[in-house]
Design a protein around this ligand. Structure first.
Ligand code: PEP
Length: 241
C-alpha cells in the first residue's frame, strides 16, 4: 500500500506571524482529513522553529525547502540536515525547478543533497520535470529518465518521495492533464527499484482539480504551491474526495 502525501510548498511566502494565522484557519479543517493522508507543510527556514513548536503533537509534518550536503562548514547562507532535524523537521524538498533554474542546482548537487538529507533521517521530496520546450520536442521521457538516473545514485528509495512537476505547469494555472500526469508517473515508477515510493503530481494543483488528479491510479499525492498559501483552499485540497 503506497503512502499518500499532500505537501504544501510555501516558497518565499509567509512571515512567522502569517504562518500562525494560517494554522488558525487550517487546523480545524484537518478534523475531516482521513488518517491515511500525510499532510506536510514545507515552509521558509525562518518559519520552521515557531511552527515546530505550534505543531507539536499535531498530525502535520513540517518540511524545509532545501538542505546542504555537508554537516557544517563555511557555506554562507546554507542550512544543514542536523539543523533541521533538531527542530523536528521530517521532510525536505530537493531539486525544485526554481532551485535548478535560479540557483544553479544541478543533478550532481541534487544527488548530494538527497544523500545528506537521508543521512540525517529526513525524507526528501525530489522534484523532476520537463520544460515546455522539452515537452514540445518529445523529450519528456528522456529528460525525466536522465534526471532520475543522475539524482538517485546511491539514494535509498525506501525513504523517498518523488514529485513529478512539469515546469510549464508550475504557477501558470496550466495543469497537466491528469491522465498524462498519470502516464508520466507510471514511467517514473518503472525506473525505480522500490515499488512503493510515493509519487506526487505538482503544477497548478487547486481545490477544483485535486479530485480528478487523485483519482488517477499512479498518483500518490500532490505538491502544492500557490494553493497551499490559503487555509481554506489547502484545507479543501487535503480533504479531496
Ligand atoms: C510548486 O511550487 O512546486 C508548485 C507546483 O507550484 P504551483 O502549485 O503554484 O503551481
Amino acid at each position: 500500500m503506497r503512502k499518500i502525501v499532500i505537501a504544501g510548498n510555501w516558497k518565499m511566502y509567509k512571515t512567522q506571524k502569517e504562518s500562525s494565522e494560517f494554522l488558525q484557519g487550517f487546523m480545524p479543517q484537518l478534523e475531516k482529513t482521513p488518517a491515511n493522508r500525510e499532510v506536510v507543510l514545507c515552509v521558509p527556514f525562518t518559519d520552521l522553529s515557531v511552527m515546530s513548536t505550534s505543531l507539536h503533537g499535531s498530525r502535520i509534518q513540517l518540511g524545509a525547502q532545501n538542505v546542504h550536503w555537508e554537516d557544517n562548514g563555511a557555506y554562507t547562507g546554507e542550512i544543514s540536515g542536523g539543523m533541521l532535524t533538531e527542530l523536528g523537521i521530517r521532510y525536505v524538498i530537493i531539486g525544485h525547478s526554481e532551485r535548478r533554474q535560479y540557483f544553479g542546482e544541478t543533478d550532481e548537487t541534487v544527488n548530494q543533497r538527497l544523500k545528506a538529507a537521508q543521512r540525517h533521517g529526513l525524507i526528501p521530496i525530489l522534484c523532476v520535470g520537463e520544460t515546455k520546450q522539452q515537452r514540445d520536442k518529445g523529450e519528456t521521457e528522456s529528460i525525466i529518465s536522465n534526471q532520475l538516473a543522475k539524482d538517485l545514485v546511491e539514494v535509498d528509495e525506501q525513504n523517498l518521495v518523488i514529485a513529478y512537476e512539469p515546469i510549464w505547469a508550475i504557477g501558470t494555472g496550466d495543469t497537466c492533464e491528469s491522465t498524462e500526469a498519470n502516464r508520466v508517473i507510471g514511467l517514473i515508477r518503472s525506473q525505480l527499484k522500490v515499488a512503493d515510493v510515493p509519487i506526487q503530481y505538482g503544477g497548478s494543483v487547486k481545490s477544483n482539480n485535486i479530485d480528478e488528479i487523485m483519482a488517477q491510479p499512479e498518483i500518490d499525492g500532490a505538491l502544492v504551491g500557490g494553493a497551499s498559501l490559503e487555509a481554506d483552499s489547502f484545507g479543501r485540497i487535503v480533504n479531496y474526495h
